[in-house]
Each structure stands twice: as C-alpha cells, then as structure tokens.
Design a protein around this ligand. Sequence first.
Ligand code: HEC
Ligand code: HEC
Ligand code: HEC
Ligand code: HEC
Length: 433
Amino acid sequence: MALKALVTAVALLTIFMAPLATAGDSASLVRGGRLYDNWSLESRGRSPNHPNPAFKAQQLGVAVQDTWRCAECHGWDYKGNHGIKGIGGRQKSDPVAIAALLKDANHGYGELLSDADRLDLANFVVSGQTEMRQLLDLALRTKPAQANADKVFATVCANCHGLDGTRLRQVPPLGDAARQRPYEVLHVALNGHPGGNMPALRTLGEETVAKMLAYLQTLPSINLVASIANGGRLYDDWQVHTGGQRQALPHPAYPPKAYYASAASETWRCKECHGWDYKGNQGQYGSGTHATGIKGVRALAGTDPGKIMVTLQSSSHLFGAVLKHRDLQDLANFVSYGQIDMDSMIDARTGLSRGDTTRGAAHYRSMCAGCHGLEGRFVAKRHMGRVAREDPWHAAHNMLNGHPDDTMPALREIDPKAISDILAHMQTLQERR
Ligand code: HEC
Ligand code: HEC
Ligand code: HEC
Ligand code: HEC
C-alpha cells in the first residue's frame, strides 16, 4: 500500500517536474524563447526602421518592427507563418550552425544580435520547442477547478496582473489573450515576457503550464460597460484622465488656421475634432470657435472596435505612442457602442433639453446635489446652470460617462430620459440667486 503510494507519487513527480528541454542550459533556453518573442525588447536593441527583406507579406499590415520578430515569421507554434517555413525541422541539430544561419540573407541579424544572444536563440530552436498543439489539447482536457493553477496564479502572477488578470493596461486582459492567442500565451508562460521580470514556468513542466493556460482561459474579459464609460472619459480629455503629460505640439490633423491651433494640448482631445455630439462638422462644432471642418464619428457606431483601434494607432491619429492598449480599447468601445443620439435628448437648434424639469429636479437632488450643491455652485469649475445652457452636449456627455480623472458617476446605464430630465432642471439653475 505504502509502496504503491510512493510509486504513484514518484510517477506524478516525474510528470510534474519533467523538464521540457532534453539538453542545454534552461536559463539560456528561456532567454532564447524571450528573444524569439521579441529580441529587441529583450536585448534592449533597436530593430531597423525598414521591414525585414525576407518579409514578403506587406499587404497584411504588420508593423515594421514586428517583421523582425522570429515569432512573426516562424509562428507561436513554430510551424511557420505568412507562408514561411517553420523551425521544427531544426530541433536537435547543431546550435552553432543555427547561430550562424541568423547572419544569412534571410535574417541579417549579424549586426543586431550579440554572439551570446544568437547562441541563446539557437539553443531555443534546438531544444526549446514544444508541441503546442499537444500542450493546448492537454490544457483543454484539464479541468481548471481540479488544478491548483488558481493558487499558483494568485501567488505568482496576480501581484502584477491582478487576481482577474485585467490589471495591466498595456496588455489585453489575460483571459482574452488566453482564449484568442493560446499558443502565444503558452510561449510566454514557458519563457517569460521579453524585457520583463515575469517568471518563466518552463522548468515546472508541461503539465503546470497547460494547467496555467486552462486557468487563464477562465479569467474574465473586460467589463464592457465600464470600458465604454471609461472610453467616454478618454474621449473628453485623455491627457487629464491618464495623468500623462500634456502634448506640447498641436495634433498634425488639427487645421493650423483653426481657433485652438495655439492651444496645443486641446487639439489632441477627441471632442475637439469630433464634437460633444460626435457629429463633427455636421453638428455643434460645424461653426464657431470650435469649427475644424473635420467629420464626426457618428457613422462609426457599430464598427468592429478592433478596426477603430487600428485607426487610432495609425499615422492619421498617432495615439499608439501615447495611450496604452486598454485605453485604445476603451476608446474604440466607446466609439462603437457608446455614442448616444444627442438629438433625442437635446433640441439641436435651441440647445434646450427635451426632458421634464420636475422629474429632473428630484433626480438632481438625489444624485448630483451631494457634490454640486442644490444650486449647482460647487465642485466643478463652471456653474451647473451655465454649463447646461451654454454647452448642453458637453453636460450630457459628462453625465453619461463621468468626468475625466474624477469620481463623478457615469449614468449611462440609467434611463437616458433621466439624463435629459436632469439636464432640463439644470438649465433652470441661475448663477446668482
Ligand atoms: C522576415 C521573416 C523571418 C524572420 C523575422 C526570421 N526568419 Fe528565420 N527564416 C526565414 C526564412 C524565409 C527562412 C528560410 C526558409 C526556407 O528555407 O524555406 C528561415 C529559416 C530559418 C531557420 C531554418 C529552418 C529550416 O528548417 O531550415 C531557422 C532555424 C530560423 N529561420 C530561425 C529564426 C530565428 C531564431 C529568428 C529570430 C531571430 C528568425 N528565424 C527570424 C524568415 C524569417
Ligand atoms: C513582475 C510582474 C509580472 C509577473 C509576476 C507576471 N507578469 Fe505577465 N506580464 C507582465 C508585464 C509587465 C506584461 C506586459 C509586457 C508588455 O508590456 O508587453 C506581462 C505580459 C504577460 C502576458 C502577455 C499578454 C499579451 O497579451 O501579450 C502573459 C500571457 C502573461 N504576462 C502571463 C503571466 C503569467 C501566467 C504569470 C504568472 C506565472 C505572469 N504573467 C506573471 C508582468 C508580470
Ligand atoms: C486633430 C483632430 C483629430 C483628433 C484630436 C481626433 N481625430 Fe479622429 N479623425 C480626424 C480626422 C481628420 C479624421 C478623418 C475624417 C475623414 O475621413 O474625413 C478622423 C477620423 C476618425 C475616425 C474614423 C476613421 C474611419 O475609418 O473612418 C474615428 C473612429 C476617429 N477619428 C476617432 C477618434 C478618437 C476616438 C479620437 C480621440 C482619441 C480622435 N479621433 C481624435 C481628426 C481627429
Ligand atoms: C461624487 C461627486 C459628484 C457627483 C455625485 C456628481 N458630480 Fe458632476 N462633477 C464632479 C466633479 C469633481 C467634476 C469635475 C470638476 C472639474 O474638474 O471641473 C464634475 C463635473 C461635472 C460637469 C462638467 C462641468 C464643467 O464645467 O465641465 C457636469 C456637467 C456635471 N459634473 C454634472 C453632474 C450631474 C448632472 C450629476 C448628477 C447626475 C453629477 N455631476 C454628479 C463630481 C460629481
């Protein structure tokens, strides 16, 4: 009986502890894996400004730097990508020959990578590749509840990623990544993240890594309504909301002759070009000091948020350099799902709310007066009555989404009628009484 238990324990241990690499130094392997993912981040070297000449699939819109990443051409499952062959055939071959190959015409890493980097990469190619399909199958067969991966995650990973895997704003929630890009996530779990100090799980064995993936796949996606409201606050003023530096040069798409051209940071606000009513040159910003002639984003409602994220990162908008992944995602969700038809709340010609002042007064007392005061005099820079009369679209946008970098609640999930009612009441508030 005792012997049997011992044998089982040993067998379990061997499965659990089986190192993935058959040969080679595991520190070199995992570093090779991280270089394979993104050598420029890992070695803090710069990748060239021109696409890798071996990259023939320009039409796919892969960013220039990414054409230099091994994983882009050879795949996260190492079986090849964009019609380029995989690296599976070179397992168990001579690392010195692989290191030399990285200087050939297909690669041109001679100047970009040190000898030590190339040797780490070669070690990874020769003895660090994993059968990703098998590992994924193992993960899919694993019942996350039976594994203790939740405990490993809570103690090893959650410090940085948060218990639900959504804390880091520079990457998508881990749950989404694990469901949408399982091979990439397995590669990262095995080898760690390039340039970071995330622990590599490789030496703990395939079983552990598969269980981790199974667990990660149960983690939540972003909370869509929270994301939309946050996107609305970023649309208002992302510089204030993210606490980042204010832009010192005008946005290149802002017309140099328009009114706010000399107020550089204002020209970077989405609302400045697309309007509080989201209708750009067809709406309230069609004339007056805010006029830019730029189209609105109203027609983009319902568009795939992924496409909107690409627009925001492209040379037309340049937000990729100043905003994190999650901010871009929130903005895209706002544009796609969060725009409200302002005309249903506010008469576009008179600017008067279509709501009911009596109901609005009650709502205002219960939801707003605590901060803004019964007469609308407190907290905000402008008197509530004045904002509501002069700039009702702005007021409505703030009520729906909250105020940038502030605790003011977003009411977008409350009946939009309540918002126009409150707005109607605020339009009656006088500045001096
Ligand atoms: C722009 C695309 C591209 C990138 C990036 C790239 N390779 Fe390659 N790689 C190729 C091409 C093309 C070949 C030649 C395939 C053939 O012979 O058909 C190749 C061949 C190889 C081979 C030999 C495969 C075999 O079976 O003969 C290895 C190993 C390899 N690459 C490793 C790497 C490593 C490691 C990196 C990252 C440092 C890398 N490659 C980056 C395009 C790329
Ligand atoms: C010391 C902090 C830290 C710890 C601990 C950590 N990570 Fe990370 N992880 C990061 C950072 C930072 C990034 C984002 C890197 C970047 O900027 O691209 C990241 C990225 C990732 C990614 C890539 C996500 C994507 O979409 O590109 C995965 C997967 C991941 N981590 C999984 C894990 C797992 C699993 C653990 C626990 C075993 C873990 N991490 C522990 C900091 C950490
Ligand atoms: C300096 C002015 C400016 C700012 C600031 C600006 N945009 Fe734009 N945006 C434009 C211009 C110009 C276009 C192109 C309109 C056209 O097609 O005529 C555009 C188009 C768009 C489109 C539609 C793209 C398409 O495929 O049709 C979206 C979506 C968009 N902007 C979202 C945003 C968001 C979100 C922000 C804030 C993060 C923002 N914009 C900030 C000027 C600006
Ligand atoms: C928890 C406190 C709090 C509550 C509750 C609150 N607000 Fe605010 N509100 C703020 C703060 C803080 C600001 C931003 C002040 C600033 O930076 O100018 C603000 C700003 C505003 C603005 C923009 C003013 C401007 O000049 O740009 C409007 C409009 C507004 N609130 C309306 C409302 C309405 C309507 C309600 C009730 C539905 C409400 N708020 C509830 C705290 C609150």
